[in-house]
Design a protein around this ligand. Sequence first.
Ligand code: TTP
Ligand code: MG
Length: 402
Amino acid sequence: MRPARAIIHADLDQFFAAVEVLDRPELAGKPVIVGADPRGGRGRGVVSTASYEARAFGVHSALPISRAWERCPQGVYLRPRMARYVEVSRRVMAIFRDFTPDVEPLSLDEAFLDVSGSYRLFGDGPTIGRRLRRRIWEEERLVVSIGVATTKSVAKIASDLRKPRGFVVVPPGTEEAFLRPLPLERLWGVGPKLRRELGALGLRRVEDLLDAPKMLLERRLGRDRAGHLRALARGEDPRPVERRSAAKSLGHETTFSTDCDDRDRLEQTLLRLADELGRRVRKAGLRGRTVQLKLRWSDFSTLTRADTRSWSTDSTVEIYERAAAPLRELLAANRGRAVRLIGVSVSGFDESAQISLFEDPGSSGSALDRVSDSIRDRFGEGAIGPARLLSARDRGREEKAR
Ligand code: TTP
Ligand code: MG
């Protein structure tokens, strides 16, 4: 038998707020609320993060600032300083990389680490988790919550379970017992929509799902989804930690189930990809100068078209438009050819632009991008999308209804 993997998920507590308190110690112990354009609580925009003191008043990420103000008028309201958070994040990620090269950052303040190969140098998973936590406290004065497990999904659930200052170890072989009593929405990948579907079947906890007749789930969700979900519920998750150093490019691509030569459908797909990509770029606190389109024709020949500008962007609409223009040209010049794969990426991340532009949160994506990002953070991927995607979805529904 192969030895179990040792995977750590590390997530800083109240990250943006913690950095603000670090820089202004007089804020310690106060309800600190970081969000775009707070203007004494009367501004527009949503809460990026709230300190735990502020959460006690019902203030949380994605809550409109005006609502936060109603709930917590005595709060200290601050504009985000993305450049500062990016700088702190880099140093924290560098500490992670001292323990293993296999670090997969998920956002500015969280990462997976595969420490299976670090045993001889640093000790077992829990030992490394404790050392990590100590070093981040000693060097950065930040608190990190840690989950140690044999898979990514269990490690992620574990780090979140006892926040703040969480430290949860799930020893090999105990994954299913650990997951059984938890509410289903704890499973990574079960969003509000799926939770409602499962709730309608009377399933609330992971154990309900595991004990439910297989047929019931398969009939409701389809065989693939049901199988995937049961595996997650047992704590099985073969996905590897994907080593990523400071990103050089971020991209999304998709292969059509049947080759596609319909321009509208191609543009629609590109818009969906640009939307997902824009969101990732913004979440990572990046802006790039190059947008690249990738196409693979049905004969597998592949080409790319890059568009580089003097300014950098993280906007969904701009990413889409700069990839859609070469797409239209290529389709016009290759009539009759069908597309097998389409992709879009952003690169040329501009650090100086990042620093100066991020001082002004208004320049991080469009206002619409920011609102839709925070809605999706809260309500799940399907909650909102560009108007063309929504209208396409509605069209699909109408067709089915007919
Ligand atoms: P999280 O790790 O989700 O939140 P957190 O670190 O503030 O709090 P916790 O102790 O629960 O981990 O997100 C990390 C940072 O990302 C957070 O400090 C601010 C930012 N963020 C937003 O800007 N908008 C959002 O909707 C969320 C969820 C996070
Ligand atoms: Mg966090």
